[in-house]
Design a protein around this ligand. Structure first.
Ligand code: PLP
Length: 376
């Protein structure tokens, strides 16, 4: 096992697209924080704030943002997407272009705008060979926003965000990126992929806890998002409790209404430190090698690959079907035998990370084959 992880050797962990196990240093950061909290309460609050600042700095570097002040720490991807949907000044007759196979959070938030006269236009990925061009073909002069996942949760299809962002800029369309299935697995840079919004919770490819998400909004757009949550923490003069007048913070802190999730902050900061030390290119290369190997094994086993084959269309997810097997019964059997995976996108979804031992891939496919052949 990789020295930074302490996974139970009886598990085959191919489920980072759901919830990742924490690295050892994250486990330690949480344990240390808990012990300190119990002993000293908030005595070292200034140190906690320094860790919060370090997390914002790491997050800014992860996406190529100009400064830590551009990062808001929210409770989930769904919350960030909701801020965007509820915050923009929609006009009756506007439309949003998206993908039919998006995760529910990235559909429902936009559907709520129907009552304001905003239509949702969805591209069916199963019939598209050029999704970026097909998304743009769905746009018209009333398209205000394209809302897509960088990597689809079901079958792992990756979009070319640089291409899509350039086209959106040219046409004056906002681009909202649900990055939860990409960030931490693949390098990202706002300089080459100038999207308008990025939202991603930390519990998948960033190897952090649930309940703490990164939110980035192009600074020039910040004032265009009307706020939907309010409290002491989101005002410019945050520490001045006696002050009666207030205005939203200039920075992205305006999206953080109340007390920070300090426990989660300690955890995610530790997780991102591992990603930074390892290096984004190294991580992406290791994941790519593992996905390529899985596809080879899936082909050899005679399973049906549902994910894209082209390397530039893949990230950390491989989804496949075992012909003539009851997929959901097979999934249950695999989980019961310690193969952590998911039932998504019409098949079994395997999602290794950079540290996943390569021989686990072979063991996982062998176990799948054996389980599919077991009498029901
Ligand atoms: C693409 C995508 N978006 C959003 C979510 C939900 O994220 P959160 O729980 O942070 O709202 C998921 C979770 O699986 C996802 O895969």
């Amino acid at each position: 096992m990789h020295p930074d992880f302490d996974l139970d050797p009886d598990l085959l962990y191919l489920n980072h697209a759901a919830i990742a196990p924490w690295p050892k240093r994250t486990v330690k950061a949480v344990a240390d924080f808990a012990a300190e909290q119990g002993r000293l309460g908030s005595k070292r609050y200034l140190t906690w704030l320094a860790i919060e600042q370090r997390l914002r700095e790491r997050s800014a570097r992860l996406i190529g943002a100009d400064s830590a002040a551009e990062i808001a720490l929210l409770k989930s991807t769904s919350e960030g997407l909701s801020f965007i949907a509820q915050g923009l000044d929609w006009q009756d007759g506007d439309n949003i272009v998206t993908i039919a196979q998006e995760f529910p959070s990235n559909r429902i938030v936009w559907e709520t705008l129907a009552e304001r006269g905003v239509a949702l236009r969805s591209l069916d990925l199963s019939t598209s060979t050029a999704p970026e061009a097909d998304l743009l073909a769905l746009c018209d002069p009333r398209t205000r926003l394209i809302a897509v996942s960088w990597v689809q949760y079901g079958r792992g299809q990756r979009l070319d965000i640089a291409q899509l962002a350039a086209a959106c800029r040219q046409r004056g369309i906002l681009l909202c990126l649900d990055a939860i299935q990409g960030l931490g697995a693949l390098p990202f840079d706002l300089a080459t992929s100038p999207v308008d919004f990025i939202v991603a919770d930390g519990h998948k490819w960033m190897l952090g806890p649930e309940g703490l998400a990164l939110f980035w909004c192009r600074p020039a757009l910040r004032d265009q998002l009307s706020l939907t949550e309010f409290g002491w923490h989101m005002v410019e003069d945050m520490g001045d409790f006696d002050r009666k007048s207030w205005r939203p913070a200039e920075s992205a802190r305006r999206f953080e209404c109340g007390s920070p999730n300090m426990l989660g902050i300690h955890a995610l900061e530790a997780s991102l430190s591992l990603l930074e030390e390892t290096g984004a290119a190294q991580i992406a290369g290791a994941i790519e090698a593992r996905i390529a190997r899985l596809i080879e094994l899936i082909d050899q086993a005679g399973f049906e690959l549902l994910s894209p084959r082209e390397p530039q269309r893949r990230a950390g997810i491989v989804t496949f079907r075992v012909p003539e097997a009851d997929q959901s019964a097979l999934y249950q059997r695999l989980m019961a035998q310690g193969l952590m995976c998911a039932s998504r996108g019409g098949g079994l979804r395997f999602s290794p990370h950079f540290y996943t031992p390569e021989h686990d891939l072979q063991r996982a496919i062998a176990l799948t084959k054996a389980s599919a052949q077991q009498p029901k």
